[in-house]
Design a protein around this ligand. Structure first.
Ligand code: HEM
Ligand code: HEM
Length: 191
């Protein structure tokens, strides 16, 4: 058990951040507050919106903690794979990081400047502030919320493909207790 990672495995803390984030993003998406503004901000939908905003805000806080920890962590080296595949994997990871920032940020700024206070965990509300660009930003937030789900789905499918068909340690290095399939094939996994 080690908080930080090694050349072949993510550390426990990075794994915890990753899986908690994945669960919270999925939960925020499932309770997402859709529809016209008069419905989204109606009294009847207030509990759903509070839950959605609180889950989404937790995603944002986890991202900050995760990025603060990352420079002190050992990120595993990529197992042997074609250059284009490694590049695609890195690009997807950074796109997911960008979306983990952009999805909550557009929501919070969009709501505040669209005339709606933001309340998380039932604590006091922040804002609203005056502005005209809140509504388009809230619209962008909804679209980016869909994009992060599609990209995360593709990313998960790629990780499972690596595990099942390429038999490398891409998935096992992020899943606690999952053995590296290339080790059982007697392949060299160390870089
Ligand atoms: C990763 C986290 C989040 C995801 C995946 C997500 C996803 C979504 C999606 C997909 C929609 C559009 C629903 C539809 O039109 O059917 C939506 C709407 C909304 N979300 Fe989020 N959201 C997240 C975080 C947040 C946060 C932090 C807030 C806090 C302000 C928030 C506030 C809202 C609001 C107010 C709407 C309605 C926007 C409007 O149409 O005016 N969301 N969200
Ligand atoms: C909303 C859901 C998800 C998000 C936002 C997300 C995001 C990320 C990010 C940003 C990384 C890069 C970590 C780093 O190097 O700092 C990563 C790595 C990884 N994720 Fe996810 N992920 C999600 C869901 C999943 C799911 C469902 C799976 C598996 C079924 C998965 C499997 C992996 C694996 C195996 C890695 C390590 C890949 C490697 O280092 O090559 N992720 N994820």
């Amino acid at each position: 058990m080690s908080l930080s990672g090694s050349t072949t495995r993510y550390g426990n803390l990075a794994q915890a951040f990753h899986w908690l984030t994945a669960v919270l993003v999925l939960a925020a998406f499932l309770v997402s507050a859709g529809g016209p503004p008069e419905r989204v901000y109606s009294a009847a939908r207030a509990p759903t919106l509070l839950l959605h905003e609180s889950l989404g805000f937790a995603v944002f806080c986890l991202l900050v903690l995760r990025l603060l920890w990352r420079p002190f962590d050992r990120i595993p080296d990529a197992p042997a794979m074609p250059g284009w595949m490694e590049l695609a994997s890195k690009a997807t990871h950074w796109a997911l990081y960008a979306l983990l920032f952009a999805v909550p940020a557009t929501a919070m700024i969009g709501a505040l400047f669209g005339g709606h206070p933001v309340t998380v965990y039932g604590l006091g509300a922040i804002g609203p502030f005056s502005g005209t660009w809140g509504a388009p930003l809230a619209e962008i937030h909804g679209t980016l919320g869909d994009v992060i789900m599609w990209l995360a789905g593709l990313h998960a499918a790629a990780a499972i493909f690596h595990h099942v068909f390429l038999r490398d340690r891409v998935l096992s290095q992020m899943v606690p207790g999952l053995p590296d399939p290339s080790a059982s094939l007697g392949r060299q996994t160390q870089p």
